[in-house]
Design a protein around this ligand. Structure first.
Ligand SMILES: [Zn+2]
Length: 473
């Protein structure tokens, strides 16, 4: 094994104690998007102690920052997240659903591990480059509000990723695998119809119903479904039905739409059609409609050049994660609380159909450079349009643990959650070493990105005047 990579593994494990403590601390803060102040303070303190230079308030967001170390050479980004989910407070290590603090947030997507694992990778790379005087810079990104706040898109709109050569990230999961998934682009918008109020019995002819307009719009969009891309998804939610009284013609009604499609250009096209349906509904009902775009995420462009290098490191340098009998027995108790369907789903979606129905994944999911399609959306998508991005999954939870579940929160501080985080940190950091030692990889990864963009630049899916906020939908 390359001796620098051997040193990387050692550097990560030298920080395993402080890394585990930091992720546990962030788990207990469990802060929602754009409110991650204590989390960010803890991460910055840890990174400053490692010798990183801190850039605060990135894109004018008080919980967005980056931390950079090293001199000269290529500039490698490592993305971190740290926001929690609403109403998922859960007692650590409990085997039943049991809120620690009623109604409070909890780390149901493992972002306390995500951010910390990425920091461990950045710190290990910095330590090794510094020891050997190797030129190269590593920049950890503290990205707020992944869950419904499009944090990275606001950072991207501000140019935060423009000077990177390549970028890496990971996500906690129940498998050790590459996270090479084409996701869906998404756009959300709110349609506010305004009509004229009137007594529905005394003067119905004077009223113009905004609620009728919403119903006509929904019918129109439902007729569109036969004529959209099969991969596209259109969801809607009634945000304001106008009121509870049936004897009043509703003067106001609001409906929210979420549109998903393979690429942002497809989502934009569908969005334009939906706007026309809304205008048609307004015309039919003699109301007015106002459309406000609330959020948008681009699809992920996977980068097999970097992914193959990362996978080689996972198989040849990092290796599968091993667990003690005790850890396996704890995980099997969690697995008993999870339905068989969830476990089979995890095998299908994340393990390419391989039967890994063990309590903990102690293997590595094969990867040949071919991406899978997962019908979800993430704000890492926008980063992947700007700079070549590769991601992996770290095996942190009992196999089949559903995302955003109490089981995921409950396992977040267990030793096997930490082990999965260390494995992911090693996978990222060893791959950064490859990129620094073989700069041709940057050229190759960029060429692949250019090919996948087919001459199209990244277009920010957010309106220029939209301020960072949690989505209403
Ligand atoms: Zn997540």
């Amino acid at each position: 094994m390359n001796s620098l990579k051997q040193e990387i593994l050692t550097e990560v494990m030298q920080r395993s104690g402080s890394g585990a403590a930091l992720s546990d601390e962030i788990w207990s803060y469990a802060e929602l998007g754009y409110q991650e102040h204590r989390t960010v303070a803890a991460q910055i303190a840890w990174l400053e102690a490692e010798g990183f230079r801190i850039e605060r308030n990135v894109a004018g967001i008080s919980t967005a920052f980056w931390a950079e170390a090293g001199e000269g050479g290529p500039l490698i980004g490592i993305l971190g997240e740290f926001d929690a989910l609403a109403n998922l407070s859960q007692v650590d290590g409990a085997l039943t659903e049991q809120a620690d603090q009623d109604g409070q947030p909890g780390h149901g997507c493992g972002h306390h591990l995500l951010g910390t694992g990425s920091m461990l990778a950045a710190a290990a790379v910095h330590a090794v480059l510094k020891r050997h005087g190797i030129p190269g810079r590593v920049r950890y990104y503290g990205c707020p509000a992944e869950e419904g706040g499009s944090g990275k898109v606001f950072m991207a709109r501000d140019g935060a990723f423009d000077d990177l050569d390549v970028c890496f990230s990971w996500h906690a999961n129940s498998v050790f695998a590459m996270h090479a998934s084409d996701t869906l682009a998404i756009k959300t918008a709110v349609f506010h119809f305004r009509g004229r109020a009137s007594h529905a019995a005394v003067s119905p002819h004077l009223g113009r119903s905004a609620l009728d307009a919403v119903e006509l719009m929904n019918v129109g969009v439902n007729y569109m479904r036969e004529h959209m891309l099969p991969e596209a998804r259109v969801h809607y939610a009634m945000l304001d039905g106008g009121g509870h009284a049936a004897n009043v013609v509703q003067a106001n009604a609001v409906v929210g739409y979420t549109i998903r499609a393979p690429e942002m250009s497809d989502a934009e096209e569908l969005f334009d059609r939906i706007v026309r349906v809304a205008q048609g509904a307004a015309m039919m009902s003699e109301t007015h409609v106002e459309v406000s775009v609330k959020s948008g995420l681009s699809n992920v462009l996977t980068n097999s050049t970097l992914e193959k290098v990362m996978f080689r490191n996972i198989t040849q340098v990092v290796g599968p994660v091993q667990h003690s009998n005790e850890e396996i027995s704890v995980a099997s108790q969690y697995q008993e609380t999870i339905s068989e369907t969830d476990v089979i789903h995890a095998c299908k979606v994340f393990a390419k159909g391989e039967d890994i129905r063990t309590p903990l994944h102690q293997g590595i999911v094969p990867f040949d450079g071919t991406p899978t399609r997962v019908p979800v959306s993430t704000d890492a998508g926008d980063v992947s349009w700007i700079v070549p991005l590769a991601r992996c999954f770290g095996p942190c939870y009992a196999v089949g643990t559903p995302f955003h579940s109490w089981q995921m929160v409950a396992q977040g501080k267990l030793s096997y959650a930490h082990k999965g985080m260390f494995a992911a940190a090693k996978a990222i950091a060893t791959t950064v070493i490859d990129v620094i030692e073989t700069p041709d990889l940057i050229v190759e990864a960029r060429t692949e990105l250019d090919r996948k963009r087919r001459g199209r630049p990244w277009v920010c899916p957010l309106p220029a005047d939209l301020q960072p906020q949690m989505a209403e939908l």
